[in-house]
Design a protein around this ligand. Sequence first.
Ligand SMILES: [Zn+2]
Length: 266
Amino acid sequence: MTIRIIYLLGLGHSGTTLLGRLLNAHSQAMSIGGTKNIPLFVSGRKSCACGALFPAECSYWSAVDDSLEKRGLSLSGLQFGYEDQENLKPEELHLFFESVLEASGAEVIVDTSRRRTYFAKLEQGPGLELIPVHIFKSPWAQYSSNKRKGMGLIRSLWNYNVRGRRIRTMKPKGHPIVHVHYEDLCRDPERHLARIMAAAGLAFEDEQVTAFSESETHILGGNRARSDKSSVIRLDENWRERLTVFEQSAARLLGGAVYRRNLKES
Ligand SMILES: [Zn+2]
């Protein structure tokens, strides 16, 4: 059986949490968050979006663990840590995703791991069909989010340019990358979600926009938006207040070229 996975690529704080939830609200999609968070969840250092602090407290992840057990594996035994992901065996990856689908009854998995290296690892997995989706913000909006987390201007723009270029020059073996501009997604979610769903072989469902916060979610990792109770998509434009005029201009000047290239693809 081929397993379809929508894989989100992009920088931290670029809208992956929001997009993960909008996709999760589709009746046939299951968003699991970043798999690198599984070892943190197992050891009680990260919680599930449902509020569970350990897999045993969560009905969904308990069911995944049961499915894994039937296949001779367990959540705690999978090497999903940052460094360990390189050592994951391709067959085990397939069995893991099989368990994720079995426990949810969904047809498509959404993985918000974001890393290119892990994407490359998944590409080697037997029977996995990857639909890469790149979400990006403007360089000033990205810097504004990074600034709140203490990252400096130069480092933020460096990351923006280097990682934006790296993603754009990736050559996925299967589906081409779907590029999504965060600001456009907020303004016209139907249109951009429909593009992503079509790439994954599914039709857009209205609930993805009108009632996404009501769908059951067991996303691991992500920011506060993962368990927001409101189904209103608010475009975050805090850069207008948080950044000085100089910072806005610097971000425009130094990140503008990569931003325009990304926009052209979206
Ligand atoms: Zn849960």
